[in-house]
Design a binder for this molecule. Structure first.
Ligand code: NAD
Length: 435
């Protein structure tokens, strides 16, 4: 009889369980949920150990010539969390709050996210500690190119494929693609996704994350027997995900009653004209001074009485400090990690239906996958084909997670982690340990 390698999970001891003392450490937020799902799946200790570690973490110090002739050194990070299911996929953010723990958590979330929607990618993430809003276009270009050169050994369509994230965009992706192509001596469009359409980007990619949020929000409303038309929505973060999510939900008949960004927000119970707010931000960069509603803080927006709350800014906005005041019926997590693990239990008690980040915002990576496929095939799809295929994947994924949550009597987040971890673990079992 072959040896039974399966041990009960209660024998698994997290070696560093006391390391994370803060509720707001994003790696802790990821690992807490991972542990719960691993326990329910009765994951073997060996695979548990593999999946709780990142495969590779790169920290690089990047000298950049500023416009004033001085040299500044920025710290950049790239983490490949798991590549068992395919090339690593994950965005790059430029932000002052980037840390190794944050990037590692985001890379792990990318791994689980790609597995939830069942696309053949692993997970990675990158970041550079900087304040891009204070940098000129020339400084940002030099920073981007030097960061790309520093991590070039991991990059490539078959190994690690970046995309935009907080404070990076199509422009930045174009610089990365050009830098990589110059280094390898020929044009490689599939090395990044979220590129301009003119140079191998996909139609529908810019809107994809917000579109995915809209699709799963509609599914959640319908699951709870609530009407889409007239459903009230508050959106925190008015960048790519938040503004497009708000526009598309409005088109479906929802009433967007509050929006915000880093400068604060507005509430208007009769509904905000989202296209008008988008036009305002295009002209003024932020919502500061937008006057078609009553000014509110981000904290006030989160606790409004609404059918749907769409946090689409940063991590750790729903925590033990404010969760008791949350009055939304549905939370659709457009951002990565907006809810801390400690807040989950209280949301469950309050009966809030949470569509977790690794499902809710997976529309972006799904169309990134479509972009990578189109680049490699050299044949580009119509926007309708992109949107139809995205719709099918988001609906199927939502339903698979919902079904699992009913089967195991767990919330949607735990069900999504269970689905993802079981898919990644299966591949590890099939591949075995290379040695
Ligand atoms: P973005 O830079 O386009 O927009 C971020 C928005 O958040 C801006 O409106 C900014 O003003 C606002 N913001 C920043 N700090 C804030 C604060 N403290 N309080 C309130 N608002 C604040 O970024 P994005 O691409 O829309 O990403 C937003 C979130 O969605 C991130 O968590 C990101 O990881 C996640 N996400 C993005 C994508 C994508 O395709 N862009 C895909 C999946 C997940």
């Amino acid at each position: 009889m072959p040896p039974d390698l399966t041990l009960q999970t209660h024998t698994i001891v997290r070696p560093d369980k006391d390391r994370f003392l803060s509720e707001e450490n994003p790696f802790e937020a990821m690992m807490f949920r991972f542990d719960r799902a691993a326990e329910l799946l009765d994951l073997e200790p060996g695979i548990y150990k593999v999946l709780r570690h990142a495969e590779k973490q790169i920290i690089t110090n990047i000298p950049v010539m500023l416009d004033n002739g001085e040299v500044e050194v920025f710290t950049g990070i790239r983490v490949l969390y798991n590549t068992s299911r395919g090339p690593a996929k994950g965005g790059i953010r430029f932000d002052l709050n980037v840390t190794l723990d944050e990037v590692t958590a985001l890379a792990a979330w990318m791994t689980w996210k790609c597995a939830v929607v069942n696309i053949p990618f692993g997970g990675s993430k990158g970041g550079v500690i900087c304040d891009p809003l204070k940098m000129s276009a020339g400084e940002l270009e030099r920073l981007t190119r030097r960061y790309t050169a520093s991590i070039i050994s991991t990059l490539g369509p078959d190994s690690d494929v970046p995309a935009p994230d907080v404070n990076t965009n199509e422009r930045v992706m174009a610089w990365i693609m050009d830098t990589y192509s110059m280094r390898v001596g020929h044009t490689v469009t599939a090395v990044v996704t979220g590129k301009p359409v003119e140079m191998g980007g996909s139609l529908g990619r810019r809107e994809a994350t917000g579109r995915g949020c809209m699709i799963v929000t509609k599914e959640a409303l319908s699951h709870l027997g609530m009407d889409v038309r007239g459903a009230t929505v508050a959106v925190q973060g008015f960048g790519n995900v938040g503004s497009i999510g708000a526009q598309l939900l409005q088109k479906e008949g929802c009433k967007i009653i509050a929006i915000s960004d880093r400068t604060g927000g507005v509430v208007n119970k009769s509904g905000i004209d989202v296209d008008d707010a988008v036009a305002y931000v295009k002209q003024h960069r932020t919502l500061e001074g937008y006057s078609k509603g009553t000014r509110i803080t981000n904290e006030e927006l989160l606790t409004l009485e609404v059918d749907v709350l769409l946090p689409a800014a940063l991590e750790n906005v729903i925590t033990t400090k404010n969760v008791a005041n949350i009055r939304a019926k549905i939370i659709c997590e457009g951002a990565n990690g907006p809810t801390t693990a400690a807040a989950d239990a209280i949301l469950d008690e309050k009966g809030v239906f949470v569509v977790p980040d690794i499902l809710a915002n997976a529309g972006g990576v799904t169309v990134s996958y479509f972009e990578w496929v189109q680049d490699r095939g050299g044949y580009f799809w119509t926007e309708k084909v992109v949107n139809d295929r995205l719709h099918e994947i988001m609906i199927n994924s939502f339903r698979a997670v919902l079904q699992l949550s009913k089967q195991h009597k767990v919330n949607m987040r735990t069900a999504a982690y269970m689905l993802a971890i079981s898919r990644v673990a299966t591949v590890h079992r099939l591949r075995g340990i290379y040695a």
